[in-house]
Unconditional design. Structure first.
Length: 399
């Protein structure tokens, strides 16, 4: 008999797939007339034209091929389709072995005793990262070593990567960076960051700074004692000033003020500078999610009362909540449910709800209203508070 004709093609493909999965039979649907006649000949059982699916035992096909072509079925499949039976199974087994090797390596880390570490590893298994690492012959070791070294001391990412991994760009992008961010999110028990701003904030939570010059804090009239930063601030009366994390790390300094107020939006600080100038009390602006530079500045304000506020949206509530959690001397400023009611309703609330521990009714009120209230709508009230801060002792308030 000559070699198999075109009517064999689908039959051999289905047989190859079944053999790879170690199944005893296979089927082909909507067979052509030639395929139906072929299956009838192989099985010795007539198949009517009305039959829509033809099932064939692998053992029957194997015996038929051996008799008709004097070759084994696997050999015929290899010659006709170029498919090596068992190769996919071997790859699956090798990948499974590789995944177990990766998990075993990670299990030797001191971090293995923490629940978040197990959650992270399971997420890497579920999303295919461990399988990809195993297939590429890579290791979890570099990322685990990085995690073991955290939290860092506001160390720039390239410096940390060079120190721990011998490569300044090891975590600049790609799979390792994604794994690190996933681990930090599991550690912190939050969702995986969805944008560059959230990534930066998460890294800085772990003491890792993407760039200590790009990390900045906007300030107005913050009295700093010590080093060149103190000299700059003494000469900058009434003028908004940007300080970088790199500058704040040069020399020791302290913030010498009884009260420092924190806002989220630069427009508030700009309005305060215009209205009050050098008489404005110390004011710090996060410009969205707080930077490592802002945290470094406030860490030097141990004896200072820090009054913190942000927009009335879920991001703003999270900003204030994290500020209060990080600094024992921090309090909310104009962040109550009553203050929310005084503001002008803005855009629709978006994102994940966050509780406000300082006012149990605030999040419920925001959720019910469904609208954000921006800081700018409370500008007159905020400027009034700043004027009261800056008024000499004993002088009555005009508000």
């Amino acid at each position: 008999m000559t070699g198999p004709g075109p009517e064999w093609r689908r039959l051999l493909e289905a047989a190859a797939a079944a053999m790879e999965r170690e199944q005893r039979s296979f089927s082909i649907s909507a067979p052509s007339t030639a395929e139906r006649h072929l299956v009838s000949g192989i099985t010795g059982s007539h198949r009517r034209a009305s039959v829509k699916t033809l099932r064939v035992p692998v053992s029957v096909l194997r015996d038929y091929v051996r008799e008709a072509f004097d070759v084994e079925l696997a050999q015929l499949i290899r010659s006709e389709l170029g498919v090596e039976i068992g190769a996919a199974r071997r790859r699956r087994l090798e990948r499974a072995d590789g995944i177990e090797r990766l998990l075993s390596e990670a299990g030797a880390s001191p971090l293995a005793r923490f629940d978040w570490f197990a959650v992270w590893l399971e997420s890497l298994r579920a999303n295919g990262t461990l399988a990809a690492l195993a297939a590429d012959g890579e290791s979890l070791g570099p990322v685990v070593r990085m995690l073991e070294a955290l939290p860092a001391e506001d160390e720039p990412l390239p410096v940390l990567s060079e120190r721990l991994l011998g490569d300044t760009k090891a975590l600049a992008s790609g799979r390792r960076r994604t794994m690190l961010l996933r681990a930090l999110a599991a550690w912190r028990d939050i969702d995986h960051p969805e944008d560059a701003e959230a990534e930066r904030e998460l890294l800085e939570w772990g003491g890792i700074v993407s760039d200590d010059i790009a990390s900045q804090v906007l300030v107005l009239n913050v009295p700093v004692e010590g080093g060149v930063v103190g000299e700059w601030m003494r000469s900058a009366g009434g003028v908004p000033f940007r300080l970088t994390l790199q500058q704040l790390r040069i020399e020791p300094f302290t913030v010498a003020a009884p009260v420092v107020r924190v806002v989220e939006n630069p427009s508030i600080l700009r309005a305060a500078a215009d209205a009050l100038g050098a008489d404005c009390p110390p004011l710090v602006c996060t410009e969205g999610v707080p930077s490592a530079a802002l945290y470094r500045l406030l860490e030097a304000a141990d004896g200072t009362r820090v009054l913190w506020r942000a927009d009335f949206d879920w991001t703003g509530v999270r900003i204030v909540r994290r500020g209060l959690e990080r600094f024992g001397n921090a309090e909310p400023w104009r962040m109550s449910a009553a203050d929310y009611r005084k503001g002008a309703p803005g855009i629709a609330l978006r994102g994940k709800r966050t509780e406000a521990p300082w006012d149990q009714g605030l999040s419920d009120l925001m959720d019910t209203a469904g609208r954000a209230v921006m800081e700018e709508s409370l500008l007159a009230t905020l400027l009034g508070d700043l004027r009261d801060d800056g008024r000499p002792a004993g002088e009555p308030s005009k508000n």
